[in-house]
Design a protein around this ligand. Structure first.
Ligand code: ZN
Length: 298
């Protein structure tokens, strides 16, 4: 299990913590794209069931005196899922503890959307089997439309919306729904990035002239930022995903954003670079003082 790593963004430390990983069906991850085209990108990591490991990268940061957690991974309520990844999952709480962060220290929890692999750690199970908020003092920020989708799932979406991950937040009074876009602090904004779900929200973090964007499930593989037409079968609004990605990639190149993904191999952070007519993803190692990010922060 990789240890947490840190990126310096202006005056903010953005810490990436792994909850572990899950196995993800590669065909579903690449949607309409024929296998001979996508297979070279994942051949070295695909297992005999044609699954690829999906990291569960979560963020910890402090802003305006508050401790924020972005995503909570799969969590530990169900340790025996058949898609349990090569790193296992449910690592978030022990990793936070190793950093000296207790559950009661977290002030705000943010979910990009409510699929199980992004919010499973929102809650923990008591000895009697009841699901309760894992972070007892936190406000849990969830976009209203996503809440509606999760609490009224249809035949296609109900396999990923599990009530125990979010209904206890409402029952305990920890839930806070917002509409549209939302400024969590002066430095942290929840931004409209529809496509994967209709009300998916990315997280923009701005400090000292530098910007990072936590993408959630805007993509499942970084090649999907390079080839905009490559869109996962998971997305409920694929043509909207296309528009969202085009906008984000253009902004990211223009502003030299640090992009942080949920499912790219830990820590899942990189930049998009224009190379003639082509666009490339480049991994950015943690604590790197080289490159555009550090220059902008000075
Ligand atoms: Zn996901």
């Amino acid at each position: 299990m990789p240890a947490p790593v840190r990126y310096r963004l202006g005056s903010i430390d953005v810490v990436v913590i792994s909850d572990g990983s899950v196995w993800m069906d590669a065909g579903a991850a690449f949607g309409l794209v024929p296998r001979p085209m996508w297979e070279p990108y994942v051949a070295d990591v695909m297992d005999e069931l044609h699954r690829i490991p999906a990291a569960l990268n979560c963020l910890l940061l402090r802003s305006a005196g508050q401790t924020l957690l972005v995503e909570t991974g799969v969590g530990g309520k169900d340790p025996n899922r058949p898609d349990r990844g090569p790193d296992g999952y449910g690592r978030l709480l022990p990793e936070l503890a190793a950093l000296g962060v207790r559950p009661e220290d977290v002030d705000i929890v943010i979910n990009t959307h409510l699929h199980f692999d992004h919010c499973g750690g929102n809650t923990v199970r008591t000895a009697s089997g009841e699901a309760v908020p894992a972070f007892p003092n936190a406000r849990y920020l969830i976009r209203r439309g996503e809440w509606e989708a999760a609490t009224h799932p249809n035949e296609r979406t109900r396999g990923t919306y599990f009530a125990d991950n979010f209904l206890p937040l409402q029952a305990s009074g920890r839930l806070e729904l917002y509409d549209g876009e939302y400024d969590v602090t002066d430095e942290v904004q929840l931004v409209d990035t529809p496509g994967h779900t209709a009300d998916h929200a990315a997280v923009a973090i701005t400090s000292g002239g530098a910007r990072a964007v936590y993408l959630g499930d805007v993509i499942h593989h970084t090649v999907q930022l390079e080839r905009l037409a490559w869109i996962p079968a998971f997305d409920v609004l694929p043509l909207v995903s296309l528009d969202t990605k085009r906008r984000l990639v253009e902004e990211a190149i223009e502003r030299r954003d640090l992009l942080i993904t949920t499912h790219h191999v830990f820590p899942g952070a990189g930049v998009m670079e224009q190379d003639g007519r082509r666009r490339h993803w480049r991994d950015v190692p943690p604590d790197s003082l080289a490159g555009p990010l550090a220059e902008d922060a000075r």
